[in-house]
Every structure is written in structure tokens, then in C-alpha cells.
Design a protein around this ligand. Structure first.
Ligand SMILES: [Zn+2]
Length: 557
């Protein structure tokens, strides 16, 4: 067997760091398939002078696809194969009150963020004593293994009891209301993803909360049905205890911790094309923003802030901002809430002043202008990708088309970043890391499809946001929207079969912290479509369709 450890840093391939046992080998004309008895999702396999990284699909057996011409030396069935791999489908829960996140696996590396107790972070990879995790803002960094506990997302939580009536008397009673803050949310018969789905609710649905566990709420839906929803998908409504309920926490603020701040001003103004809401305080502001639909509004939670004697409502501008409401959302923990009511679907950006005691919420007509978009031409270098029926190499099609997308985006004033602009090999995790480090708005990987069945044809777009992965699932709406918008343009403009949007656990989709898609433009294994993929006019159509889809993603609801 093998150790679940990856000693490669930043995707560098290192020889003989771990050994991967091969159980069976399947050979076809083009590929070697290696069956390995461990739950790896991705493997870097070393073969003499060449290496090839390929996603391994989930299933009872895991296998990798290795292009035959690059296999120089092979360690046969039952023998050990040198390689190193990452373990996925795993998260860690922070157990320290406050924990530093560093830009490398060691205390000599720079601190780039701090995380709080109870936060659940997705693991990208690990090395001795350190985990590389995805932060809520999409960046990734390293946390010390001693201050976290591992949570395997693929295994049902063994602590969840299953009584006769599922979920009937689990958790503790409570009484509050909340609003569902994601597109389509599963309501389950018990507090865990192993319980069956009893109903589905949409963004903006108001629910009554009657019980809660550490991670789940038991809710009553508008139609009277009951079920459980993961807490991170529900925005709990304003709950201000009356003065008498919580002695000593009124305006006098006797027992509020010293670092608590006071809001000093909320200002709403129209400046040029933008409406700007400015919030000033006498201490550093930390905030969380949510967007709710029907009607569109921004909800900004200001942590550890007292509303003090500021008004509860502010007039709108008559342009984008209809009005602003301010409340003391809760006293423990201390939190103020600002709700900005919008005229319609609009784009927003929250910016800090230099001293972080002031934030500016800029609201404007949605646009692709200034958006950071990572374009990823698949494969490259010694990895040619699929080979067309008459020899077109996927890596060449991908690069040329991606460069066309890049140029169009530049013209539109976006900020495109391309993962490779030459014929070079880049590891899959590094492609995602480029986007995470750039804090990109979206990630688009460009590929061409291939099948053993030469008659298969058509265009499709993949995204990934499984319910089993809270970090990705929290973005499910945006991830799906990105796929829908781009696929709609591909289907309308390429003149080939519309295979629709699909989901797949591809490395670049799983490891990107922002909405991401993978476009399978057409089939290289189909004679007619390979001819199209060679054609400059068709490549332009693909590039324009992707860009039009991106514009739609950024400007339409
Ligand atoms: Zn490909």
C-alpha cells in the first residue's frame, strides 16, 4: 500500500517520494490503465524521462490514463511504481482559537491570514506536519497539523445517530427565522448529508428554525414541511434581544470586549456611474457580504461593531441604491448588519480604506471590465492531450483558442491571465494555484474532447460543486451559472450538437476557489469536428462564444 502523503511542493515533481502499488494494468492501443487500490484522486506518475498527470475518476477502482509513447520504463502488475500523489475529498476543522495561515509549510513562512476555531477548510495537499488549505476568499495557505482535526467528507459522520423518526429530536430547541441564501438547497430528513433529501428550497425562501446542531438547522418550510438545512446555507434574520433580556449589553457597553468598535457614519451618495455606500467606524472593520435576490439586496455583517445611535435607515440615491437599513444584528457575538436595497441586479465591490476603519461599497452597472479571468489552455509540453483522427494535437488547439479568448478579453477591458502562452507542461494543481493566487473572479479551462466512439460529437461545458464539499457547494449557484451562460453561447454559435452542461470532479474545477468551468469545445475523435477544430474561423467562434458567455455571466442575473 502507500502512505497518504505528498511531499511535492507547488506541484514540483519529485522522484521516489512515495510508492504506489499497481494492482492491475489494462492496455489499449493508446493508453495504459493502472488500477491502484488506494483512494487517490490525482497521481503524478514518473516514467523514465516522461511524466503525465491525469485526473483519476472516482469509482470502485481508480485508474490513470497514461499515453503509451511516454511510457519508457514500466513497473509491471504487482510491482511498486514510483510516484507521488495528493489525497483529496478531505477537510480540516480548526481547533485552535486563532490559527496562522502561512504561505509555505513551516513557521518561517509569512503569515497570510488567520483562521478561527470551528472553521472548516478544504485540503489541497499535505506534507509532514502541515496542511495546504483553501481559505474562504479562495486563496490557499498552510496550517500546522497540530491545531486541526481531519474530517473526511466522503465518509458519513459516524456520530450522527439515526432514530426511528429521522432527525426528530436531534439538536437543541431554538426559535428564530432565516432566509435561504443559495440557489437550490436540499432539505434533508436529518442533520447530515447522509439523510435523504425531503424537499428543495430556493434563494430567498424564509424558514422557521426550530432546532439546531453544530452544523445544521431543523426548519419549517412555508408549506409546513419540516427538514434539516446546513447552517452555512441559511442567513439568520435580525434578532435583537430586548434591553431587559441581556443586562449590561445596552449602549453603556460595560461588558463588551475592549476591541469592540462603534460605527460613526453611514453615507450614501451617487458619484459618476457609481452609487457608493461608505461605512466609517472608530476601529478596524471586519465584514461578511451576502447577496440576496427578489428583491436584490446586499447584506453586510459588520463584526464586533456597535450600531450605537446611528439611524436605522438611510435614503437611497434614486439611482441604484433604493435605501439602506442598519441594525444591531446581535449582541453576542457583537454584530451590526447593513442591508443595501438595490434597484435590480447590479455589481458591487467592497473596498477598505488604508486604515481599515472605513469600507466603501461601490455599486454599479454590471460589467466584465476589470474582472480577473484566468484562461487555462489544457495540456501542453510532453502532454499533448487527445490526438485527432488526422493528427491535430489537443494542446495546440487549446493554446491557440485560449490566446484568442485572452485577446478578446483584453479588448473588453477585463484583466485576463493565461496559465501558459507557450507549449509547456503545467501541473493541474499549479493551474488552479495561479487562479487562487491571483484571486481571480472566474477560471476557464479550454479543451477538446475525445472518445473511442468516433461518431460522438458536440460541445459541452463542465462545472463542479458537489453537496459533499461545503466550500464548493457554497458557490454552486455561481459555478452552475458560469457553465450555463458559456454553454448557451457555444450551443447557439458553433453550429454543432449541444451536449449541455455537465458536472465532473476535474482537478482544475475542484481546486479553484472561484467559479470555474472546463469547456470541451468539440470532438477530436470525430472526423467532421476535427476539421472544424483545425479551422481558424471555428476557433474564433469558440473564443467569441466563451467571451460572450463570460459577459453574460458578469452582467446578467
Ligand atoms: Zn483535454
Amino acid at each position: 500500500m502507500s502512505k497518504n502523503e505528498n511531499t511535492g511542493i507547488s506541484g514540483q515533481l519529485r522522484k521516489k517520494t512515495t510508492e504506489l502499488e499497481v494492482t492491475r494494468v489494462l492496455k489499449s492501443a493508446k493508453y495504459w490503465r493502472l488500477l491502484v487500490p488506494v483512494p487517490v484522486v490525482m497521481a503524478f506518475l514518473m516514467f523514465g524521462t516522461g511524466a503525465f498527470a491525469q485526473d483519476l475518476p472516482t469509482g470502485p477502482w481508480k485508474y490513470g490514463k497514461i499515453i503509451g509513447t511516454y511510457v519508457h520504463k514500466f513497473y509491471g502488475p504487482g510491482k511498486k511504481l514510483p510516484g507521488n500523489f495528493t489525497v483529496a475529498s478531505k477537510s480540516v476543522v480548526i481547533t485552535a482559537t486563532s490559527l496562522n495561515v502561512r504561505n509555505g509549510p513551516g513557521t518561517t513562512y509569512k503569515v497570510i491570514a488567520t483562521v478561527k476555531k470551528g472553521m472548516v477548510l478544504k485540503v489541497l495537499r499535505q506534507t509532514t506536519g502541515w496542511y495546504n488549505v483553501v481559505l474562504p476568499d479562495g486563496r490557499n495557505g498552510w496550517v500546522a497539523a497540530g491545531y486541526v482535526t481531519v474530517k473526511n467528507l466522503n465518509q458519513p459522520n459516524p456520530q450522527v445517530p439515526k432514530p426511528e423518526t429521522p432527525g426528530a429530536d436531534l439538536g437543541t430547541p431554538t426559535e428564530k427565522h432565516g432566509v435561504v441564501k443559495s440557489g437550490i438547497v436540499n432539505v434533508r430528513s436529518g442533520p447530515g448529508t447522509t439523510y435523504p433529501v425531503a424537499a428543495k428550497v430556493t434563494n430567498g425562501t424564509r424558514v422557521r428554525i426550530t432546532r439546531e446542531t453544530a452544523e445544521w438547522y431543523k426548519v419549517t418550510l412555508p408549506d409546513g414541511k419540516e427538514g434539516w438545512i446546513a447552517k452555512y446555507l441559511v442567513l439568520v434574520e435580525n434578532q435583537v434581544p430586548s434591553r431587559g433580556d441581556t443586562p449590561g449589553t445596552g449602549n453603556s457597553g460595560g461588558d463588551i470586549p475592549g476591541e469592540a468598535g462603534r460605527l460613526t457614519e453611514v453615507r450614501v451618495e451617487s458619484v459618476g456611474e457609481q452609487d457608493i455606500v461608505t461605512v466609517n467606524a472608530d476601529a478596524t472593520i471586519t465584514y461578511t457580504v451576502y447577496v440576496l435576490a427578489e428583491p436584490y439586496r446586499l447584506v453586510i455583517d459588520l463584526n464586533n461593531m456597535k450600531k450605537d445611535d446611528l439611524p436605522e435607515s438611510f435614503a437611497g440615491t434614486g439611482k441604484w441604491v433604493q435605501g439602506v437599513r442598519l441594525s444591531q444584528y446581535s449582541l453576542e457575538p457583537l454584530k451590526a448588519r447593513l442591508v443595501v436595497d438595490l434597484a435590480r441586479y447590479l455589481s458591487y465591490k467592497v473596498k477598505y480604506a488604508e486604515d481599515k476603519k472605513s469600507i466603501r461599497i461601490e455599486i454599479q452597472e454590471p460589467s466584465i471590465n476589470g474582472k480577473t479571468i484566468v484562461i487555462d489552455p489544457g495540456h501542453g509540453g510532453y502532454d499533448p492531450g487527445a490526438i485527432g483522427v488526422t493528427g491535430l494535437r489537443e494542446k495546440d488547439y487549446n493554446l491557440d483558442t485560449a490566446l484568442r479568448v485572452y485577446n478578446l478579453l483584453k479588448e473588453l477591458g477585463a484583466n485576463p491571465i493565461i496559465t501558459r502562452d507557450t507549449d509547456t507542461f503545467i501541473a493541474l494543481t499549479d493551474r488552479a494555484a495561479i487562479a487562487n493566487n491571483a484571486q481571480a473572479d472566474v477560471f476557464v479551462s479550454i479543451h477538446a474532447n475525445s472518445s473511442e466512439n468516433a461518431s460522438l460529437n458536440g460541445t459541452s461545458t463542465y462545472y463542479y460543486a458537489p453537496e459533499s464539499d461545503p466550500v464548493l457547494y457554497a458557490q454552486a449557484d455561481a459555478r452552475r451559472k458560469l457553465a450555463v451562460k458559456v454553454q448557451a453561447q457555444l450551443a447557439a454559435n458553433l453550429g454543432i450538437k449541444d451536449l449541455g452542461i455537465k458536472t465532473a470532479n476535474f482537478s482544475v474545477l475542484r481546486n479553484t476557489g472561484m467559479p470555474s468551468i472546463l469547456v470541451e469545445s468539440a470532438f477530436l475523435s470525430n472526423k467532421t469536428e476535427e476539421a472544424l477544430l483545425k479551422d481558424s474561423g471555428f476557433r474564433d467562434k469558440v473564443a467569441r462564444a466563451i467571451v460572450d458567455g463570460l459577459v453574460a455571466y458578469f452582467t446578467e442575473p
